[in-house]
Design a protein around this ligand. Structure first.
Ligand code: UDP
Length: 421
């Protein structure tokens, strides 16, 4: 019997340009999981907010997998709380669309707290079980952020709590997330399934560093430190800039041959205002540390180009304050680039300390500087970590994520039909 899944990803369109504000790992996750499920013969419709005016309503994502855009409020980028304010409209329009098409689904799989709210209304109406993946949790974010920049905390946490208790199953990206769901939200561990994220090994694979640098026209720098991600405080990019400042004070010889490439963030001022402001703030930090010649803001890149940057780098820094999984770290590892990451969330389970990367405490620019210096100056260590990283990354593919999610669907459906009998 062909299974049909309604996947809800209200604010993260799987076809969106990556690296800008609010588009990153979750978009990649939904895209890759929908494709992997589709390849297994499961029909997946991903429902997402209509954000880009010229996108058609329906776009094919892959075999058996489609993206369907649903109108809710005016088209364009909006902060998450504005998306929240239009969730009722999204829910109604989605319900109407599905009714008009005469479609029905076996199961609903929701991503992030915004989609959890829609799933809460529609799953009982459609009489289907609901599965939830949070990607990040409000209460975890609250622990590490000094202010609630998105103004979302309270409402978000309420919706998350409801989803933890009401969903038939929850997908967590790591064991650490299981602990967080249990300790902070009172989640039942029996309902939580750890399925780590994946990487596309045909796209992110080792390549000769010299070739990658030549193809990028970036052979002027002796050693490259790479940062990839959304330009937000939670990603710890300011900690990384301070670490680089320290590194140059402690190792003045490195100032002339180390550069940091910052990938991510929109550089077009009209495109994404809040992020541009953050980049201006970071540029001031660069100026304070006299690192203008060492730091280059590259802007967002597509993943084909990004693979070349990973291969060109000597080390990939992932200084996040919190990280539910950390796809960037896994992609770098798959390219054979050692990672210096923070000891938070999924990074701790992904990176084997001293074997496939180095881990430092979050927010600690001194420890980060030291770890980066170690990888840059100790050739044997770097080679050891590069091999370890590649070996470790081989365990994570989207194909196997798809397989585990498909198994989870079957077990949830078996339980829910047993309950109906
Ligand atoms: N990414 C990209 N282009 C960019 C910046 C990021 O394609 O300019 C992708 C990157 O390859 C990764 C994702 O965005 O797959 C970021 O995922 P991660 O889990 O590291 O962070 P999140 O966005 O989930 O916080």
């Amino acid at each position: 019997m062909t299974r049909r899944i309604a996947m809800l990803s209200v604010h993260a369109c799987p076809l969106a340009k990556l690296g800008g504000r609010d588009s990153g790992g979750m978009n990649v996750y939904v895209r890759e999981v929908a494709r992997a499920l589709g390849k297994r013969g499961i029909e997946v419709d991903v429902f997402t907010r209509w954000r880009e005016r010229y996108d058609p309503r329906i776009q094919q994502l892959g075999e058996n997998a489609r993206v369907i855009h649903i109108e809710s409020g005016p088209i364009g980028y909006w902060p998450k709380m504005d998306v929240y304010d239009h969730l009722d409209e999204f829910t109604t329009k989605l319900d109407e669309y599905v009714a008009a098409e005469g479609r029905s689904y076996d199961l609903m799989h929701a991503h992030y707290w915004l989609s959890a709210s829609v799933a809460r209304s529609l799953a009982p109406r459609w009489r289907v079980p609901r599965i939830q993946m949070f990607h990040t949790l409000g209460l975890v974010k609250r622990e590490v952020m000094d202010e609630d920049v998105d103004g979302e905390s309270d409402v978000r946490v309420t919706i998350e709590r409801q989803a933890v208790h009401e969903s038939a199953a929850i997908v967590a990206a790591s064991e650490i997330e299981v602990d967080e769901l249990r300790d902070l939200y009172g989640g039942d561990p029996a309902k939580i399934h750890v399925i780590p994220c994946g990487v596309d090994p045909t796209l992110f694979r080792p390549m000769r560093q010299a070739d990658a640098r030549e193809r990028l026209g970036r052979d002027q720098c002796e050693r490259i430190v790479l940062f990839v991600g959304r330009i937000e405080q939670i990603k710890g990019i300011d900690v990384l800039l301070r670490a680089l400042g320290r590194l140059f004070i402690r190792h003045p010889d490195l100032r002339s041959d180390v550069c940091l490439l910052v990938v991510g963030g929109a550089l077009d001022p009209g495109d994404d205002a809040p992020e541009t402001e953050k980049i201006l703030e970071l540029r001031r930090l660069v100026h304070e540390h006299r690192m203008e010649a060492n730091v280059n803001f590259v802007g967002s890149l597509d993943q084909q180009k990004l693979a070349l940057y990973y291969a060109a780098a000597d080390v990939c820094a992932v200084p996040s304050l919190t990280e539910s999984f950390g796809l960037v770290a896994l992609e770098a590892m798959a390219c054979g680039t050692p990672v210096v990451g923070t000891r938070v969330g999924g990074l701790q389970t992904l990176i084997a300390e001293g074997e496939s990367g180095l881990l430092v405490p979050p927010g600690d620019d001194e420890a980060l500087a030291e770890a980066i210096a170690q990888v840059l100056t100790d050739h044997r260590l770097r080679t050891h970590l590069a091999h370890g990283a590649r070996d470790r990354a081989e365990h994570f593919t989207w194909e196997s994520v798809g397989e585990k999610i498909a198994e989870l669907y079957e077990s949830v459906l078996a339980t829910s039909s047993a309950l109906e009998v």
